[in-house]
Design a binder for this molecule. Structure first.
Ligand SMILES: [Zn+2]
Length: 98
């Protein structure tokens, strides 16, 4: 968890709270602009059950194992699988870039 990620989380929390506080105003504004009607049309035209199933399947398939490894606390060298401490750029065991 880097500082940038924490800042993004805090900012998105603030934005979410502000949005929830003004949810009625936002909904009325969207209805006035005709966005709601367009969204309904898009949903009926394109977001059928089959399309949602395909999108969900793609999202599951697109989550690469590399990302999961970066998020987890104990990082490992991709070459020799040695556990890495801290945030090194190179593996201490085999010298490969991580
Ligand atoms: Zn290594």
């Amino acid at each position: 968890m880097t500082l940038t990620i924490r800042k993004i989380i805090v900012l998105s929390c603030i934005g979410l709270i502000l949005l929830l506080g003004n949810v009625l105003a936002v909904a009325n504004w969207l209805a006035e602009k005709g966005v709601v009607d367009k969204a309904n049309w898009v949903r009926e035209e394109f977001l059928t059950g089959t399309a949602i199933a395909v999108i969900v399947a793609l999202l599951i398939l697109l989550v690469s194992p590399k990302n999961g490894r970066v998020v987890s606390l104990g990082r490992r060298c991709p070459v020799c699988d040695k556990r890495l401490f801290g945030d090194p750029k190179y593996c201490g065991e085999c010298g490969s870039r991580v």
